[in-house]
Design a protein around this ligand. Structure first.
Ligand code: GAP
Length: 505
């Protein structure tokens, strides 16, 4: 069994080998933290987006979608706080000239202590089971010591970050003896703030040009359209506006494949509620969103909530849904109760009233907002890494299979003539023509049938329909199921119904 690092490498290389994800500009040696989606990747991505859009917009009478532009008036980013505060603290190692996020260096250090605690707890358990009391006590003592150390560092770190104390952060890095992974030295520069927004110029001549930004989140496009949508859609509070679109962040440390990218996609929904009702709706969306994830059939132990103890100044509740990626539990989705901060700031900066008149109470107010925000690419990585599986079969052979939830799989069904003769290709194409209007299908007649099944397993196709001699005699086909590899025979004319019944959640 591969260790997690090895497994993650295998997942990345599988994604490339099977046309899911390619490094951007690869023939020019790539562009850091930017990726292209290949022929299967784009399908999986579209299916994720559709699954989200349906659950948000189609299944909620009071949620509508929009598609706002990436470029927006620059004052929006002043109002939202991004110009002044959307920063990461960066630090350089003077010897290797490598740049790091100071907070990530400290968090990685804390993570190492946490890993040690997990190992020691395992050891302690074994010693307890073996009635080795003396050793158990010793190990337990170490767990307590590591835990105290971790709590102390975590507390100090949170305080420094909260106070934006850059000098203090550098001192903590020195105090913890953190060395540059490349040079191995502790020769650090001071910590500086680095704004994550990409900027560009709008206008044909530089002199008259205005600096504009590539949006770092899609949410602001929703806030500035609040009145447009509320009025034209005659929306009554509580209601939501959903959007899927690209976002851009100049991440200092871009790593872990598509987990942290410089160009990525978000699926965000802002739910506008009456003041005072936001915490009730926050709990509602927490529960709705975890249900959405778990409906995909991924084991529940892969998800956990991480409630924020230290809240951003505009939030009065926040949680992350974390997923167990191959490199550990990390944020997949954020759910935030953002109060009326964003709309109020846009009122202030635009000078326009952004109010809702409540006909039930005859009151006018700036609505409060509960936001759900998930990265499409992160969701892709969660689904893809969870689906990747190398298994040894009963006959000792191995197969690589992507156990993707059927609803998200790029190709829903492959149609395979057993051999390339005796009228089987023609019959297979006839079935293909009937299925194509309903599902994304793939026709394949090259190589032995076993190899074709393996190819479909590797791209995650849930079903293969095989046309054989018996098909020509009685118009039945075999359906092979990807995960169990079991086959059964059904009338060819029932293929659509079978697939429709089996490609739902
Ligand atoms: N509007 C709120 C917002 O943008 P966020 O926590 O910064 O909040 C929301 O981002 C989600 O967007 C994250 O939970 C993550 O899934 C995704 N995301 C953020 N930065 C990302 C990046 N650099 N690469 C890929 N996904 C990212």
């Amino acid at each position: 069994m591969a260790n997690n690092e090895e497994l993650f490498k295998q997942i990345i290389s599988h994604a490339k080998e099977y046309g899911y994800i390619f490094p951007s500009s690869e023939i020019y040696d790539g562009l850091s933290a930017v990726y292209d989606y290949g022929q299967y990747g784009v399908e999986l991505k579209n299916n994720i987006k559709q699954y989200w859009w349906k659950s948000m917009v189609q299944f909620h009478e009071n949620i509508v979608g929009i598609d706002s532009a990436i470029f927006m008036h620059p004052t929006i980013w002043k109002a939202s706080g991004h110009v002044d505060a959307f920063n990461d603290p960066l630090i350089d190692n003077k010897d290797s000239k490598k740049r790091y996020r100071a907070d990530v260096l400290i968090e990685d250090h804390i993570q190492k202590i946490e890993d040690k605690i997990i190992k020691e707890v395992e050891k302690a358990k074994k010693r307890f089971e073996n009635f080795d009391e003396a050793m158990f006590r010793q190990t337990n003592q170490r767990v307590v010591e590591y835990q105290q150390k971790m709590d102390e560092i975590t507390g100090k770190y949170a305080q420094l970050m909260g106070d934006n104390d850059l000098k203090g952060i550098k001192s903590l890095i020195e105090e913890l003896g953190i060395a540059c992974p490349v040079s191995g030295t502790k020769n650090w520069t001071d910590v500086r703030q680095f704004n994550l927004m990409f900027s560009t110029q709008m206008g044909s001549v530089a002199e008259g040009a205005d600096t504009i930004y590539l949006r770092p989140e899609t949410a602001q496009g929703i806030f500035v359209n609040f009145l447009n949508v509320q009025k034209t859609g005659r929306m009554k509070i509580p209601f939501g506006i959903a959007q899927i679109g690209k976002a851009f962040r100049n991440e200092i440390v871009a790593r872990q494949f598509i987990f942290r990218m410089r160009e990525f996609e978000q699926m965000e929904m802002q739910f506008f509620v009456r003041p005072g009702e936001e915490l009730k709706w926050f709990e509602y969306w927490k529960s709705e969103r975890i249900k959405w994830h778990q409906a995909l059939g991924i084991a529940p132990e892969n998800y956990r909530f991480h409630d924020h103890e230290k809240l951003a100044h505009y939030a009065n509740a926040a949680t992350d849904i974390e997923f167990k990626f191959p490199f550990g539990f990390k944020e997949l989705e954020g759910i935030h109760s953002r109060t009326n901060y964003d709309l109020s700031r846009h009122e202030e900066f635009s000078g326009k009233k952004i109010r809702y008149f409540d006909t039930e109470t005859n009151e006018s107010f700036v609505p409060y907002v509960v936001e759900t925000s998930i990265g499409v690419d992160r969701m892709f990585l969660a689904v893809f890494s969870n689906a990747y599986c190398e298994e040894t079969l009963e006959d000792g052979s191995t197969r690589t299979v992507l156990r993707l939830p059927a609803i998200l799989a790029p190709i829903k069904v492959a149609i395979l003539p057993l051999v390339k003769k005796d009228g089987m290709p023609e019959k297979a194409r006839e079935i293909l023509n009937k299925l194509q209007p309903h599902f994304l299908c793939q026709y394949d007649e090259k190589d032995a049938i076993g190899r074709r099944y393996r190819r479909q397993d590797a791209i995650g196709t849930p079903f293969c329909i095989t046309v054989d001699n018996q098909t020509l005699a009685d118009n039945t086909v075999t359906i092979r199921e990807r995960d169990s590899m079991q086959q059964h025979r059904i009338p060819a004319d029932e293929s659509i119904t079978f697939l429709l019944n089996n490609l739902v959640l």
